[in-house]
Design a protein around this ligand. Structure first.
Ligand code: BEZ
Ligand code: FE
Length: 300
């Protein structure tokens, strides 16, 4: 027996967890306990404050549904998703397009459309065209790559916010042609407030942050033999381009729709962007998140 005080307590917990047979679980939990204890000591955490924190995390979980993922949202506003993306990008074997957040509005099994189709059922503003190529390290087109795209409508809403899981809109999957190229029509997305009616929104308001994301289009690109790419392209003229509430923007991901005589629809404003894929390596999954319904089911 020995007395446990605020420093020896940390060692006692680490000693008890040292029996964990899984090396990676032991490494992660050891670091987590060290940092959590150091955090409590640094702020002299009181019982009332910790109870408030427990209540907050409980509410985060209770807010999750088939179509809403508050836990991913928390990870996003704390910059943890962006941090995990940056660490993941550092393990690439080749230069490639930067990662950006998957976010809580990704859905699996979006409809596969033909090259050139419009991803918006009822456009309420002038269409634009997006065109580009999926390339390998040498700049060669990657044929048959799967390109999943999702975005908000002109008013800043995702289909899930409008229809729950009932109906998909403003999202689609395309397959690149023999030269790795693809294009589709869409509308300009609008920047938006992240969902502010839950515990994460309360935190954002308490911190007097604006809670906005600059307008963007999401992409999830995969092809056999290549590392999956999760990224987004951000509209350069958006007022929040330099203060994204979830830290997803990097310079290389900023785009602007403009007249472009070389686009497949020269009469429309166009965004042209080519994506670079790295060869597959052992680093595994690139997604910080998942289709919300999958996460809720996993937890059952
Ligand atoms: C999104 O881009 O869809 C998103 C990312 C993080 C938080 C909220 C939304
Ligand atoms: Fe988004």
């Amino acid at each position: 027996m020995h007395d446990l005080d605020e420093t020896s307590l940390t060692d006692a917990v680490l000693a008890q967890m040292a029996s964990t047979p899984d090396d990676r679980l032991r490494e992660i939990m050891t670091a987590a306990v060290k940092h959590l204890h150091a955090f409590a000591r640094e702020v002299s955490l009181t019982p009332a404050e910790w109870l408030m924190g427990i209540g907050f995390m409980t509410e985060i979980g209770q807010t999750c549904t088939d179509s809403r993922q508050e836990t991913i949202l928390l990870s996003d506003v704390l910059g943890l998703s962006a941090m995990v993306n940056a660490l993941h990008d550092k393990t690439r074997v080749d230069a490639a397009t930067d990662s950006s957040l998957l976010g809580p509005f990704y859905r699996e099994a979006s409809p596969t459309l033909a090259i050139g189709d419009c991803i918006v059922a009822n456009p309420q503003s002038p269409e634009i065209v997006f065109y580009g190529q999926v390339r390998d390290l040498e700049g060669r087109g990657v044929p048959q790559a799967s390109v999943e795209v999702w975005q908000t409508d002109e008013h800043g809403f995702y289909d899930m916010q409008l229809y729950g899981t009932e109906k998909m809109d403003m999202r689609a999957r395309f397959v690149t042609g023999p030269d790795g190229r693809f294009h589709f029509r869409t509308v300009r997305p609008l920047g938006y407030f992240i969902p502010m009616d839950g515990p994460v929104g309360r935190l954002i308001r308490a911190q007097q942050r604006h809670g906005c994301r600059p307008a963007h289009i999401h992409f999830l690109i995969s092809a056999p033999g290549y590392r999956e790419l999760v990224t987004s392209l951000y509209q350069g003229d958006d007022q929040y381009i330099d203060s994204d509430v979830v830290f997803g923007v990097s310079n290389a991901l900023v785009i602007q729709a403009k007249p472009d005589p070389n686009s497949p629809f020269p009469e429309l404003e166009a965004i042209h962007y080519d994506f670079g894929l790295a060869r597959a390596s052992e680093a595994g999954e690139a997604r910080v998140g998942a289709d919300p319904s999958r996460l809720v089911k996993t937890a059952e």
